[in-house]
Design a protein around this ligand. Structure first.
Ligand code: PLP
Length: 413
């Protein structure tokens, strides 16, 4: 039995407060669970712990001075217009549209809806399509935010496995689409999957778009990571193969620029673009005018390419150091995915090791990771874990992996 309630797990649930009996929560609030990830990150914030648990870009690689200049310029140049409510900023929509076109997506600026990050894109699309007690198709191991929005809508989860080398299992996806009742929505992560690190093959991208069209299932392509490629060939998004208007692409500036901007976008099929806007307005009206204008200026000045080149070069170096350290310290005890970008590597250990129990020893030994089970909708994955390589100094990576290897060896004795 691998479900041992470890002290770490107990600590993660301690924050739960009792709700006064007379206040009845909505069914959505009742369904939502505290984010294990957020709580875990608090536990791993100790100065002597090297954390490979987070999912952040490194702070020292954020373009602070350039963003500061853009914000100041916008305030000086645009004055109070930058502080008002306003429609979406057109030059930013056009830049997103051009970027998508360069990746093979035939779209118009009117199809681009600016959101507060990818998470809000997921919320908007879940609200657009999901009804309680009806099926949503999601990967069995996936980003917890996808689980939160779909479960929060009361959807019945229909899960599909993901191959660690080629991405989501498309035969399983077809089977899930084929079953009655027809799913109301499906969500997949195409590039540098969180938490698996894998990217979909070109052939699978084509087939997924075909399946969404054939079975008339709205397909959400959640893609915050594709701009973070540092090796190999960039592939067109699933949306590039969407002839039927069944695919909704979600992008984000969080990882490619800075998470706190809270800026992302949806590319919707033309016929549904205005529905997306109406639904979004019901949530929070619009994204910050100031931030949209500042990011627009950043990209108009051509600063994105240089920033991404620096950022991705640093991440490639960190990933390489991680691969070397894994081969050196854990070569005979673990297997891992080989991402060509993004932020994460997924490790599989021997069957007898429970990574929740391992985490306690690891934190005591000064290293942190996220147990794979935290991402698993159907349980299981007890012997897996996610490692982040972007937010740790390269020279600390071998130290962290050596510590991890030591606790794994002790458990494996
Ligand atoms: C797959 C995936 N989707 C969405 C998000 C949310 O991103 P954002 O900061 O753009 O809301 C994340 C963040 O980690 C993610 O990994």
């Amino acid at each position: 039995m691998f479900m041992a309630a470890t002290a770490t797990q107990a600590a993660l649930s301690n924050g739960a407060r009792t709700i006064p009996a007379q206040l009845a929560l909505s069914s959505e609030a009742g369904t939502l669970k505290r984010s294990v990830m957020r709580e875990l990150l608090k536990l791993t914030a100790r100065a002597d712990v090297i954390s490979l648990a987070g999912g952040l870009p490194a702070s020292e690689l954020l373009p602070l001075a350039q963003l500061q200049e853009c914000i100041e310029t916008v305030l000086r140049r645009d004055g109070t217009r930058a502080l008002q409510y306003s429609p979406m900023i057109e030059p930013l929509r056009r830049w997103i549209c051009d970027t998508m076109r360069a990746r093979g997506v035939a779209c118009e600026p009117e199809q681009v809806h600016i959101t507060n990050g990818a998470q809000q894109g997921l919320t908007i699309l879940s609200r657009l399509f999901l009804n309680p007690d009806q099926p949503a198709v999601v990967e069995a191991i996936t980003f917890t935010g996808i689980q939160q929005v779909t479960a929060g809508r009361g959807a019945v989860m229909r899960t599909v496995p993901t191959d660690l080398a080629t991405g989501v299992d498309v035969d399983a996806l077809e089977e899930a689409f084929h079953r009655t009742p027809r799913p109301r929505l499906a969500v997949v992560i195409p590039d540098f999957h969180n938490p698996l690190g894998v990217s979909l093959t070109l052939e699978k991208r084509q087939r997924i778009a075909e399946l969404a069209a054939r079975y008339r299932v709205p397909l959400v392509e959640d893609d915050p990571y594709s701009a973070l490629r540092f090796d190999g060939q960039s592939l067109p998004p699933i949306k590039a193969f969407d002839e039927a208007g069944a695919v909704f692409y979600i992008g984000s500036f969080s990882k490619m620029l800075a998470p706190s901007l809270r800026l992302g976008w949806i590319v919707a099929p033309a016929e549904l673009a205005s529905q997306v806007t109406v639904l979004r307005e019901s949530i929070d009206l619009e994204s910050s005018t100031l931030i949209q204008r500042a990011v627009s200026l950043f990209v108009e000045q051509g600063l994105m390419a240089g920033h991404l080149a620096r950022f991705n070069a640093a991440n490639r170096c960190r990933r390489d150091v991680l691969f070397d350290a894994l081969a050196h310290y854990l070569g005979d005890r673990a297997s891992w995915t080989r991402p060509e970008g993004g932020l994460f590597v997924w490790l599989t250990l021997r069957e007898e090791i429970d990574t929740w129990a391992l985490l306690e020893d690891a934190i005591a030994a000064g290293v942190a990771f996220v147990p794979g089970a935290a991402f698993a909708l159907n349980g299981g994955s007890h012997n897996t874990l996610r490692l982040n390589f972007s937010n740790v100094q390269p020279e600390l990576i071998p130290v962290a992996v050596e510590r991890l290897a030591q606790v794994i060896k002790q458990k494996g004795k």
